[in-house]
Write a protein that binds this ligand. Structure first.
Ligand code: SAJ
Length: 406
């Protein structure tokens, strides 16, 4: 049996995938409300194919509880935030989960960490905790790092078709864990050492962050001299070795906007490029606000309550608002007294910010400048409803003659 610890965006789909493929699974989470609703058959978030996967997993007997189970295999997928002042990983949730697993596991159990951790966390934090208890790693408990790699919005597909990394201390455990994931993973499963598994995961997200920062910096350069960033990227990307990503209102989510900081926190002297990329991406909400001011000035508009922000989620077609650029933009607006701004997101029905409306028509009513900050399919399908508005399109979804761009 596998005991999956942490039933959030990663732990839950992973638990369901194992259960669907016939492996007995118990999912554990400290959040009683979440466990209650999962037990009643209610999902906390939407994902393509997740409902069906949930049904399959329930048919195969998956259970949910707040208790840690005695088991031979554990998968830990709890949040790994960073400490804002030092930028280092805050391992508190992972450590709590490890401690609780060690309280209940039996001799020879395998403890798989799926949460993203900074390189060296297993050596510096987790091994000492196990050894402190007098347990021998490799005999009493086996340690594995199998970092998740699935992208919100396409998780169920990517669980099956993305390649995976399994970091281990010895080849036998590597083989066992590889066979376990092969129950549902139809792609290459690479077995490596633990440090390489930790580092490669952080490298993947840092790579994307740096490349998005490049696109964002180019957008700012182009804005200064009135060049068309999208045309320039389109042409540059015809080169066989160039693939510039897309600029946007900032980088959100719990992954790409967080993981590069782990490297900055641990290697402050070396990470010039990585930290610059973080600062560039974090500067984008301010750039959007400058663009809003430009548009207001150009159109002689002064009433900020006629501004509407479309999209609060950090990216298209998800309801996740963690580190969302739109929320950062609203915060900046508050600080700079750009007040009364309305907002709307079709994926978010509960009110999370002031002046948020949950009905699209009500949102559009009275809005003169619409900021598209998230490219949900919903807005792409309703562009004709915006014909009487000035649009600041930070995601390049409108024809260029219809909208201001970044
Ligand atoms: N973004 C841009 N321009 C782009 C691409 C993305 O501005 O060209 C923005 C998005 O709008 C969003 C942010 O970047 O705000 C991040 O979105 P994303 O779709 O690039 O990635 P995440 O954070 O949803 O998921 C990432 C993925 N990592 C990589 O692609 C290397 C995913 O595979 C990881 O599993 C996930 O992080 C994670 O959990 O670590």
């Amino acid at each position: 049996m596998i005991n999956v610890i942490g039933l959030g965006y990663i732990g839950l789909p992973t638990a369901l995938m194992f259960a669907k493929s016939g492996v007995p699974v118990v999912g554990t989470d400290l959040n009683e409300e979440l466990v209650g609703s999962l037990s009643k058959g209610e999902l906390a978030f939407e994902e393509e194919g997740l409902e069906e996967l949930f049904q399959n997993a329930k048919d195969n007997g998956i259970e949910f509880t707040t208790d840690y189970q005695e088991s031979d295999t554990y998968i830990i997928s709890v949040p790994t935030p960073y400490i804002p002042s030092t930028k280092k990983l805050d391992p508190k949730y992972v450590m709590k989960a490890v401690e609780k697993v060690l309280d209940v596991c039996h001799k020879g159990s395998t403890l798989i960490i799926e949460s993203t951790i900074s390189p060296g966390t297993i050596d510096k934090n987790i091994r000492p905790e196990i050894e402190k208890r007098g347990s021998i790693i490799g005999e009493d408990v086996h340690l594995v790092h199998a970092p998740e790699r699935i992208i919100p919005g396409n998780m169920v597909y990517e669980l099956e078709y993305n390649s995976r990394t399994i970091g281990v201390d010895n080849a036998d455990i590597g083989k066992q864990v590889k066979d376990l994931y092969a129950n549902f993973c139809n792609s290459e499963i690479i077995v490596t050492d633990i440090r390489s598994a930790e580092m490669s995961k952080v490298v993947e997200n840092t790579y994307r962050d740096i490349n998005i920062a490049f696109a964002n910096e180019l957008a700012k350069i182009c804005r200064e001299d009135n060049m068309d960033i999208y045309e320039i990227i389109r042409i540059a990307n015809k080169h066989p070795r160039v693939n510039v990503l897309q600029p946007g209102p900032g980088v959100g989510g719990h992954c790409i906007s967080v993981d590069p900081w782990f490297l900055v926190g641990d290697y402050p002297e070396t990470t010039k490029l990585i930290s610059a990329a973080r600062y560039v991406n974090n500067s984008m909400p301010e750039h959007v606000l400058t663009r809003i001011r430009d548009i207001m000035k150009e159109n002689k508009m002064f009433d900020t309550s006629k501004i509407g922000i479309y999209g609060l989620a950090y990216k298209e077609d998800v309801n996740d608002t963690r580190e969302s650029p739109a929320l950062q933009l609203l915060e900046k607006m508050d600080e700079q007294l750009v007040l009364g701004v309305k907002s709307f997101d079709p994926f978010i029905n509960e009110k999370i910010v002031e002046n948020q409306v949950t009905d699209f028509n009500e949102f559009l009513d009275g809005i003169e400048i619409l900021i598209i900050s998230t490219a949900h399919s919903h807005i792409k399908e309703n562009l004709e409803m915006l014909s009487d508005k000035l649009i600041l399109d930070t995601k390049n979804i409108c024809p260029s003659e219809r909208a201001y761009k970044l």
